[in-house]
Design a protein around this ligand. Structure first.
Ligand SMILES: NC(=O)c1ccc[n+]([C@@H]2O[C@H](COP(=O)([O-])OP(=O)(O)OC[C@H]3O[C@@H](n4cnc5c(N)ncnc54)[C@H](O)[C@@H]3O)[C@@H](O)[C@H]2O)c1
Length: 252
């Protein structure tokens, strides 16, 4: 199998995109995709517009698909256009352009219904809850439902068309790269559980491009003492283990 070298990154000027554009630049030939002109070279494509997407991925070995409305509060129209329609268009363009692999930014929110809706005690560090990838989803929002659609259309296209698919249930990455940004706010406990450092994010995406697989789902959170996700299966299947821990920022 030839190595993956030419990699497109959609949503390249967002929070995650900027981290990956910098962190993966030494190992891959990157093509950035953005919605508008930005302060680095990029191809402008609106992924919810079929006519703009056709041909966009010609020559790429892999696509890291980040472009989406990332808000759990997003209204239906935003989710429909930027997460559902755009996801379908990206998958179709991967099929047409024979892109070998897609790495998809899914989310912890596919199971966050457990933490905020049904069993809020999940975030209590004393309970030491560890959810598993195979647990039944519990989406907390239309946003989360759209990410489950992404994981599942990935499965369909991997089975039907042989596109390799790696879905990453990302925790919470912040531009400041520290969980202290939420200290003293109602979101502190959540960020302490879900924190994802920039270097852990880059290393996980590197593995997602390299691991031998047809279809993989994985958690991408740092090795937080208060994490609520069981990382065992991720470590075995993705061959990646995080290095950072939100607790060290709090003196833990
Ligand atoms: N930041 C996090 O902690 C986090 C956690 C879990 C999952 N994710 C996922 O990772 C991805 C990136 O998140 P982020 O925080 O960098 O978001 P962001 O909003 O900073 O970046 C997303 C980018 O996608 C672009 N975009 C949106 N719709 C588009 C469209 N139709 N066509 C072209 N470009 C479009 C936006 O212009 C933006 O630059 C998202 O899919 C998000 O759901 C992020």
């Amino acid at each position: 199998m030839t190595e993956i070298n030419k990699v497109g990154i959609t949503g390249a000027n967002g929070t995650v995109g900027r981290v990956l554009m910098e962190g993966l630049a030494d190992g891959y030939e990157l093509t950035a995709f953005t919605r508008r002109e930005v302060d680095f070279p990029s191809k402008i494509v609106h992924f919810d517009k079929a006519g703009e997407v056709a041909g966009a991925f010609a020559g790429l070995d892999a696509v890291i698909h980040l472009a989406a409305d990332p808000s759990p509060m997003a209204a239906w129209e935003q989710v429909r256009d930027h997460n559902l329609e755009a996801m379908y268009q990206v998958m179709e363009e991967c099929r047409r352009s024979q892109v070998r692999r897609i790495v998809f930014a899914s989310t912890n929110h596919t199971q966050h219904g457990n933490t905020i809706l049904t069993t809020p005690e999940t975030l209590d560090p004393a309970k030491k809850v560890r959810m598993k990838l195979g647990d039944r989803p519990n989406p907390d929002s239309l946003y989360a439902v759209s990410k489950l659609f992404g994981e599942n259309i990935g499965k369909l296209y991997s089975e039907r068309f042989g596109i390799e698919f790696v879905g990453l249930r990302i925790g919470w990455i912040v531009p400041e790269n520290t969980p202290l940004v939420m200290q003293g706010t109602p979101a502190e406990d959540y960020l302490r559980a879900m924190f994802l450092s920039h270097r852990d994010c880059v290393a996980a995406h590197r593995r997602a491009l390299e691991v031998e697989t047809k279809y993989t789902l994985a958690y991408v959170v740092s090795s937080n003492g208060r994490r609520v996700f069981d990382l065992e299966e991720t470590q075995a299947e993705l061959g990646w283990a995080p290095e950072d821990d939100a607790e060290t920022f709090f003196g833990g």
